[in-house]
Design a protein around this ligand. Structure first.
Ligand SMILES: [Fe+2]
Length: 238
């Protein structure tokens, strides 16, 4: 059966019409009722990632699963053919660029449509959550661990989703504090390291976010072992 845009949309997340209004209402409700017990929010929906704006919260995670068809598509990709896609783009431009950039990487058109639609939906939510029309968009494969030390970034909001391979690692604030400050890799109890699973969507709050200086989420790329494994990473910045 042909996979139309409508079935793709239905499989992934349903309509996102009037997303902005809905997000504002939900956020108001959540803000009124949420008892803050930590600095991390686990979201039940993509919309709830808007909780990243709450004071003291520096990580909003959506631990999701994706349709098996999308999982199979990702596993089947030849990553040597996978392009790097970058740009300062609105959501429509992202969709158009993905269609043209990825059309030659596979013959599985249904799987490709699911992949593109998934990224489009994530981008639309990120745009709505951050109030940013033009997103700094990056979709690429990573083989090295360029950011191998735990650190906080001096940025605003960043969304990460690893489509293939190990996800980003992060620390609870209490585990990232030492007598001399924070961000010291060699004091970390390895058992306390937290991880994004593959396909999870996370919004990280950095040190440049208003009133968040000193509270940027501490994170790093997953360490690369002797046997290197390419990852597919989606990174969106507002
Ligand atoms: Fe970073």
């Amino acid at each position: 059966m042909a996979c139309t845009d409508q079935t793709v949309q239905g499989l992934l997340s349903g309509s996102i019409n009037e997303l902005n209004d809905s997000l504002k209402m939900q956020h108001q409700t959540i803000e009124n009722t949420l008892e803050l017990t930590g600095h991390v929010v686990y979201a039940d929906t993509m919309e709830q990632l808007i909780d990243i704006h709450l004071p003291y919260i520096n990580l909003a995670l959506y631990p999701r699963e994706v349709p098996q068809q999308l999982n199979d598509f990702i596993i089947g990709l030849d990553l040597d053919k996978f392009p790097s896609i970058h740009g300062n783009l609105n959501c429509h431009e992202i969709h158009t660029l993905l269609k043209s950039s990825l059309r030659n990487i596979t013959t599985d058109i249904e799987g490709l449509n699911l992949f593109i639609e998934d990224i489009k939906i994530i981008s639309e939510h990120f745009s709505a959550i951050t109030g940013t029309k033009f997103i700094r968009f990056n979709l690429y494969t990573v083989e090295s661990n360029l950011c191998k030390y735990f650190h906080a970034d001096y940025n605003n909001l960043r969304l990460l989703c690893t489509y293939r391979g190990e996800g980003t690692q992060w620390l609870l604030n209490e585990d990232a504090t030492s007598s001399s400050g924070r961000r010291l890799d060699n004091i970390i109890d390895r058992d306390r390291i937290q991880r994004f699973e593959t396909f999870w969507v996370g919004v990280l709050k950095g040190e440049a976010y208003k009133n968040n200086k000193g509270n940027g989420i501490i994170h790093r790329s997953p360490p690369v072992g002797k046997k290197s494994a390419k990852r597919i990473l989606l990174k969106l910045d507002a």
